[in-house]
Design a protein around this ligand. Sequence first.
Ligand SMILES: Cc1cc2nc3c(=O)[nH]c(=O)nc-3n(C[C@H](O)[C@H](O)[C@H](O)COP(=O)(O)OP(=O)(O)OC[C@H]3O[C@@H](n4cnc5c(N)ncnc54)[C@H](O)[C@@H]3O)c2cc1C
Length: 336
Amino acid sequence: MEFRSNVPLAHYTTFRIGGPAKLYAEVSDASELSLGYERAAKDHLPVYVFSGGSNILFSDEGFPGLILRLTDGGFRILDAGLVSVGAGRKLNELVTECCKSGLSGLERLAGIPGSVGGAIRGNAGAFGADTGSVVASVKALDTRTGMVREYQREECVFGYRESLFKRHPELVVLSAEFRLGTGADPKALLWKAESVRREREEKHSQDAFSAGSFFMNPVVLDERLREEFRRDSGKEPKDERLPAGWIIDQVGLRGRIIGHAKVSEQHPNYIVNTGGATAAEVLTLVSIVKQKVRDELDIQLQAEVQLVGFGHESAKHRRKPIENQPADESWPPLGT
Ligand SMILES: Cc1cc2nc3c(=O)[nH]c(=O)nc-3n(C[C@H](O)[C@H](O)[C@H](O)COP(=O)(O)OP(=O)(O)OC[C@H]3O[C@@H](n4cnc5c(N)ncnc54)[C@H](O)[C@@H]3O)c2cc1C
């Protein structure tokens, strides 16, 4: 495990934005995570853990502590329909592997960038499916105590882009078991996953420098606005929420540019780095969007993307150093 100083973070994010980490290391299992925390404690540094970098905006100043990036992650079929996977594995790869093995249930998540751990933490979802629905259990490291615990699905409190792990940033997801359907035709599953990926690409270029949808879809109970959405889109709102992209369009901000940051023309909930954008430009654009939506529609948008290194999040993420090695030695190493 290699600790490097002054490592630019932009490269590790899909936004391609962010200054340097004071200290940086890649970790692929829980013991490496623990080593990272020990080093941070010795150097009196705050720690931040991330993985795929597809739902994060690092500040232009970077992070004044140790960044640990979870990489890799094992994949094992335990018994019919039960799959064990390490948190650092790419979600998109997991989808393909399961499809190839005739295991169904993940196809609609095809094409979502990032890691399995990140997807569990944010309950990533698309096309009416979400990660939490197929999770059987999750193993997580409590970075305050160094203990690893297994959480059954009911304990994970999955909701719309919500989970226990999001509410408790001191918990780092190490691995998970997914309960999937069996006996499906692999070819049909792969075809379905591929058509989902194509549909995503049609909605928005997936290679653009962005973090996907910047805002969560807000709860909107105003019947006048809901009726307008029905008329405009020809769709029924799925639940109490309306799409943030549609709302941003209503206030005329599609295509709005600040510096090199742009509200996407294609999908106004995407904020795109058109090349060389700074985090400051993105945040200025974000605050314009939030303010206009609040002033004109009385709706408070909330960022889905995690802002890191801007000062206000540091207390939350200033995890205490681990005092003991995790007690449960039986948990599966992430990298196997
Ligand atoms: C083009 C594009 C399309 C997208 N489409 C979708 C979509 O359809 N649906 C959707 O839900 N999201 C979408 N996203 C957002 C993103 O891909 C998901 O939120 C993804 O699950 C984030 O995973 P990550 O590993 O990249 O997380 P990161 O960006 O690395 O981290 C995000 C947050 O998760 C935390 N985290 C990461 N790993 C762990 C872990 N192991 N344990 C605890 N916390 C952890 C980090 O601390 C951070 O707070 C999209 C993003 C892009 C760029």
